[in-house]
Design a protein around this ligand. Structure first.
Ligand SMILES: [Ca+2]
Length: 565
């Protein structure tokens, strides 16, 4: 769920676009190239003043020569070349060396996000079972049986995890009003039979695990349903306490008439009651958790939950949703950064946070045609804001915002493929909302909270060629550490195009974006192309060498990825 302010929907799209363009930072890296002669780096950057340049937090001796137009050239050599994170003050950061796997163990995860009610109706008998409150007008009867019979589809797609919308007993079609954290809901399993429902859930875990796919549970811990089952839903008899709605978002949810119960985080027994929940589901075999609406709950609580989960299963993936839906990328970035911080005496709060700032920017660029250069600026800005522990889970759309295809200004198929390819080239895990792989549309194209995206999966009308192309991208991301853990070097970024390099233990990947209206030729620096033979991971074209210079031609509205060992 998100912080829903309905008045935001009246703000025209142009104003929201303005929010992005006016926040562009003057301080950013233009390019970073290895220097074969010295074994060091040749860096170019722009700066409004004279920012402190640091490598892994240590100021570097600057030999920055001023070029024209606020541009500077910096040479790094000697001991400085072994650093990883190069920063311009607090505004921009790039990574010059690969990210150790222990710092980012989930970077190769591709999480398929299923909103159960709309994915696939595998059993008619449970339709609307237990739904006494709000039911979405597109409700399609989807359930765990439906996911189970699509196991092979998910395996063929190439994802390694599915994120299921809340599976617990509830009274709505969205499932976020949890009646009992320990019971699978009637409408998604076997009505009236808790044991059979749990058995079905465990069968799904097994069938997916056999296909290399883990299950991530969507877990709302900050609130339950008003009529929460305090007897069966409190097995340790901790007697959780609740409060009235305090946060602005919670007050908005109240207006929907669903009836939520906001847990009292000032009460130790209540905290323990909530901390027990993910541990129970880990025992059942889930692979991780997507924590719903983490804002407004104290950071120490999330750090406690995280420590519990990691103590029980260090391989579990824990990511959170921190979203201010009425705001643009800047405020969201600042807010999200607070959830990447370590809580003194306890530890980290999450492995990853759902990356709304880049989602907003990628939608502006790939769907709506904003300057491609924004991608580079925001990658540098978010890397600076999130610090070394930052590992954003990138995504294009979800159950609370308009579908990417509906935001696209024509040629949605091409724009979806371009955006997914770019997202897959970034060093971080990614999440793909069900249907995005077939350019599913049907939502109202507007910014902020929007539940019209919840449309049935069109099983009889899939875009097979797009799905095949996207599954190839998924497989490429998971197969190549250079994409998930490599350094990220900016090379070119302007209004219509972008070129960047990824580097990992001698393997080089190049990523090019052409969102212009015609074909575009990117010049690949000789330092990167000389002596290398490229093969395409995405897009058919590879850089062609002639006269010492490599040129890479890309058709319009495409993103290419090539790799060379
Ligand atoms: Ca059903």
């Amino acid at each position: 769920m998100g912080e829903r302010r309905r008045f935001f929907m009246a703000i025209p799209a142009v104003l929201a676009a303005l929010v992005i363009s006016t926040s562009r930072a003057a301080d950013r890296f233009v390019s970073a190239l290895p220097d074969p002669e010295t074994g060091g780096w040749q860096i170019e950057f722009t700066a409004g003043g004279s920012p402190e340049i640091t490598l892994d937090g240590v100021p570097v001796a600057t030999r920055a020569a001023s070029l024209d137009g606020g541009r500077y050239r910096l040479t790094l050599e000697g001991p400085e070349v072994s650093g990883r994170r190069l920063a311009l003050g607090t505004k921009a950061t790039i990574t010059l060396a690969e990210t150790p796997r222990e710092l980012a163990p989930f970077n190769d995860w591709i999480v398929y996000h299923i909103m159960l009610a709309y994915f696939d109706n595998g059993a008619r008998a449970n339709d609307r079972s237990g739904m006494r409150r709000w039911v979405h007008r597109n409700y399609a009867g989807g359930d765990l049986q439906g996911v189970l019979r699509r196991s092979d589809y998910l395996a063929d797609l190439g994802v390694n995890a599915v994120w299921l919308s809340p599976v617990f007993q509830s009274e709505t079609s969205h499932g976020y009003d949890v009646l009992n954290y320990y019971r699978i809901g009637d409408s998604v399993a076997v009505p009236g039979d808790a044991d059979a429902s749990l058995a079905l859930f465990r069968q799904l875990l097994t069938e997916l695990r056999e296909r290399g796919i883990g299950v991530v549970l969507d877990l709302p811990l900050d609130y339950g349903a008003g009529p929460y089952d305090r007897r069966a839903g409190d097995p340790q008899r901790r007697k959780p306490k609740s409060t009235k709605a305090k946060q602005e978002a919670e007050k908005v949810w109240e207006s929907w008439g669903t009836g939520f119960r906001y847990w009292n985080f000032g009460d130790e027994d209540t905290r323990k009651f909530l901390r027990d929940v993910p541990l129970y589901w880990l025992e059942q075999g889930v692979a991780g958790f997507r924590m719903d609406y983490v804002r407004g709950v104290d950071h120490a609580f999330w750090a406690e939950v995280y420590a519990d989960i990691k103590a029980q299963d260090p391989t579990a993936f824990v990511f959170g949703e921190a979203w201010i839906d009425a705001d643009g990328p800047t405020r969201n970035m600042t807010d999200i950064a607070s959830y990447y911080e370590e809580v003194p005496g306890i530890g980290y709060q999450f492995d990853s946070l759902i990356e709304y700032p880049m989602q907003m920017v990628m939608t502006e660029v790939f769907a709506a045609g904003a300057s491609v250069g924004l991608l580079e600026e925001w990658l540098q800005a978010t890397a600076a804001a999130y610090g070394d522990h930052g590992a954003p889970i990138y995504f294009l759309d979800n159950h609370d915002i308009a579908r990417f295809s509906d935001m696209a200004s024509g040629e949605a198929d091409k724009r979806v493929l371009a955006a997914v390819t770019f997202m897959a080239s970034l060093p971080g895990p990614m999440s793909v909302y069900y249907g995005t792989e077939t350019a599913l549309s049907g939502s109202t194209p507007k910014k902020g909270f929007n539940d019209t995206n919840r449309v049935p999966m069109p099983w009889d009308g899939l875009d097979e060629s797009l799905i095949t192309a996207i599954s190839e991208i998924f497989r490429a991301k998971r197969a190549h550490p250079v994409l998930t853990h490599g350094a990220r070097l900016p090379l070119t970024a302007d209004d219509t195009g972008l070129l960047m390099a990824r580097l990992h233990r001698g393997t080089l990947a190049l990523v090019a974006v052409n969102m212009g209206s015609g074909a575009r030729a990117f010049q690949v620096p000789a330092q990167l192309s000389t002596g290398r033979t490229f093969r395409a991971l995405a897009g058919a074209a590879i850089p062609q060498t002639g006269g010492g210079q490599a040129v890479w031609r890309l058709p319009p509205l495409t993103v290419g990825i090539v790799v060379a060992d």
